[in-house]
Design a protein around this ligand. Structure first.
Ligand SMILES: Cc1ncc(COP(=O)(O)O)c(C=O)c1O
Length: 393
């Protein structure tokens, strides 16, 4: 339907073989492949524990539970993220407190604003590495140290990103208290639905493991192997398990991740070259080397007052799919209902970016020609650029 879709999966015969192998094995629920996938992911990230779960939201929820978050606690997080980030905090009874982003040049959560929103009830910060670009980790580690906070990394956009100058910097997801990954269909590596919690903390890992399977002391797989005959329920828990089909896919997708990220970085560089010359358009994260990023999405900012919907429609006319990342969470009805009507979240940069952000197609099989086509469509549609801007002020 789209000539150039927003995102696309990259599967080959290896994925088909991996799924077939699981089907032929006759064992579908959490078992040996999940263990292999967890070991491979932990090794890749350079962390002690990786725990496969049903999806990224379950990963965030389990991390919050394992940290003991609950009613009366506050967790700082950005509002410019997918709603799952804040929903997972809310599942525990804790309250999300929204923190502003750095500005149009950097759409990540701002450490300075976070510092100003810490209260005696603040227990954790949920960090989203927006578009795959690492947050200013050192500043958040300092805040965490000074105020005794946990750092939960929402790495849904950032598998394979590195915190500091490449190559060889620590991988994103290895420095927080816990890091949560999503393998949803549009992510850099996918298992359809799927997720994972990574941590170096043994106790936290143990709580996540029991929490993902009803708080039970043994698994069906353990009983199948004759390792145990019964089980106890030792903690609250959910059915948040990953299955063998997804773990099989995950093992293959993890193998592809570095090459796919390298391709995303190349395409991001080409987009930058083509877009920064268009008057009025802003390209966030220009100060960051794409080599540090997982380059999950390609966000741009239209000029203030530009008609984003008209721009999206003009690109659609040419078969180019675009999207918005994100409608900010504090503007959703449910979240407005949670806070008093006159509550000011104090998020000027978030409001500005959320009103102007447009996400362009980015995926490993996108061609240079297609990137140039997208850039050309933006250049030629004057409503998108600075040439004929309708200002609302
Ligand atoms: C930033 C962010 N956080 C959390 C999630 C939730 O992941 P999932 O859809 O796997 O539950 C997503 C993805 O959808 C996301 O983009």
């Amino acid at each position: 339907m789209w000539k150039i879709p927003l995102a696309d999966v990259h599967f080959g015969p290896e994925e088909t073989a991996a799924v077939t192998e699981v089907l032929e094995s006759g064992w579908l629920s959490q078992g040996p492949r999940v263990e292999r996938f967890e070991a491979a992911f932990a090794d890749y990230l350079g962390v002690k524990h990786a725990i496969g779960v049903a999806n990224g939201t379950a990963a965030l929820h389990l991390a919050c539970l394992a940290l003991g978050l609950g009613p009366g606690d506050e967790v700082l997080c950005p509002a410019l993220t997918f709603v799952a980030t804040a929903n997972a905090i809310g599942y525990t009874g804790a309250r999300p407190v929204f923190v502003d982003i750095n500005g149009p040049h950097d759409l990540n959560i701002a450490a300075a604003d976070a510092g100003g929103k810490i209260t005696p009830r603040t227990k954790a910060v949920m960090l989203v590495h927006y578009a795959g670009f690492p947050v200013e980790m050192a500043a958040f580690q300092e805040l965490a140290r000074r105020h005794g906070l946990a750092l939960i990394e929402d790495c849904a956009h950032a598998p394979g990103a590195v915190y500091y100058g490449p190559p060889g910097g620590p991988k994103v997801g290895s420095l927080g208290t816990a890091a949560c990954f999503s393998f949803f269909a549009n992510k850099n590596m996918t298992t359809g639905e799927g997720g994972l919690v990574a941590t170096n903390d043994d106790q936290l890992a143990a709580r996540v493991r029991t929490g993902r399977s009803h708080g039970m002391s043994t698994l069906t797989w353990d009983r199948h192997r004759g390792h145990s005959f019964s089980y106890d329920v030792v903690a609250p828990g959910y059915n948040y398990r990953l299955d063998e089909v997804r773990a099989g896919l995950g093992l293959v997708q993890l193998e592809r991740l570095e090459a796919n990220n390298a391709r995303r970085r190349e395409l991001t560089r080409l987009y930058r070259e083509r877009l920064t010359v268009i008057p009025g358009l802003e390209v966030p994260f220009l100060a960051a080397d794409p080599a540090t990023s997982a380059c999950h999405i390609m966000p741009i900012l239209l000029p203030p007052g530009a008609d984003r919907q008209a721009c999206m429609a003009a690109l659609k006319e040419q078969g180019i799919q675009t999207s918005v990342h994100y409608p900010p969470i504090h503007r959703f009805t449910h979240y407005q209902n949670l806070f008093p009507a006159d509550y000011d979240h104090g998020l000027p940069h978030t409001e500005d970016a959320a009103a102007r952000e447009l996400t362009l197609p980015l995926y490993p099989t996108l061609t240079e020609q297609q990137v140039m086509e997208v850039a050309k469509a933006l250049r030629e549609y004057k409503g998108c650029s600075g040439a004929k801007v309708q200002r609302t002020e």
